[in-house]
Design a protein around this ligand. Sequence first.
Ligand code: UDP
Ligand code: MG
Length: 309
Amino acid sequence: MSLLTVIVPCYNEEENVPFFYEELMKNEPALAERGLELELLYVDDGSTDKTVAEIRKLRERDERVHLVSFSRNFGKEAAIYAGLENSRGDYVVMMDADLQDPPSLLPEMFSSLEQGYDSVATRRVSRKGEPPVRSFFARMFYRLMKRISKTEIMDGARDYRLMTRQMVDAILSMREYNRFTKGIFGWVGFRTKWIEYENVERLKGETKWSFWKLFLYSLDGICAFSTAPLMLASVMGIFFCVVAFLMIVFIIVRKLIFGDPVSGWPSLVCIILMVSGVQFFCMGILGQYLAKTYMEVKRRPIYLVRESF
Ligand code: UDP
Ligand code: MG
């Protein structure tokens, strides 16, 4: 028998924890048929509700339930890392606690691994039940990333992914502090099979991702997997130099032919404002990368554990 670790990051999911357990266990026979034993690893990301108590209840019934509980909310990326680091399975799968990642796909996913893939990932083909503005920006983000990043980041990819131990170890070897998991999966490579499914709505509770949080997250993603914005500063610099040069030529020629009645104060102000605006913008971009580098060189731990079993 091989061991399959199921990692479930939970942040205030008290209502979903027991349902998830039931739903997962329904697939146990099908997995056992394929020679898989289950290990369930909940990662509590500093929940403030009864999530930990619910997990403890499960543990009393089932020895295979494990918990890593953080000292505070470190974010889902940290929870995924902790899950991978504490997993013991020959295979590892990550799933949301809200049953948006249907456990019923697991046996099918595992079959693909047996065909020689290192990883089976899922993507949702529809964004049903999501605000249209959010879908629009999500699409824009993926399109932009495709252009500016060398790492492949799949549109609509979920974090629901089954991997071999080899791939898990590869991901764990990336110790970066600013973790953008979608990019990390693409970066490590390996042979990945994609499974598509319709979006499932969250079982209970609210999504933890506000539009603003997602927006900031996408900026993090861009910073983490592309340096194209840094190029932007150089490109704009060159562009403005060319424009300035053309204007100088134009003014000299005009002076020589028509003489020079002094005017042009408003246009001067506009130009100064615009150029300084561009300068601040570029400084902001530089600042972003500098800030990331600053956080990275501090080498802080990715997460801190308060309790585990
Ligand atoms: N989550 C987490 N830490 C956080 C936010 C979310 O561990 O800071 C977990 C959450 O409990 C859930 C999963 O990440 O299991 C996905 O979160 P959510 O369902 O809110 O995101 P969505 O599915 O809407 O993208
Ligand atoms: Mg969800």
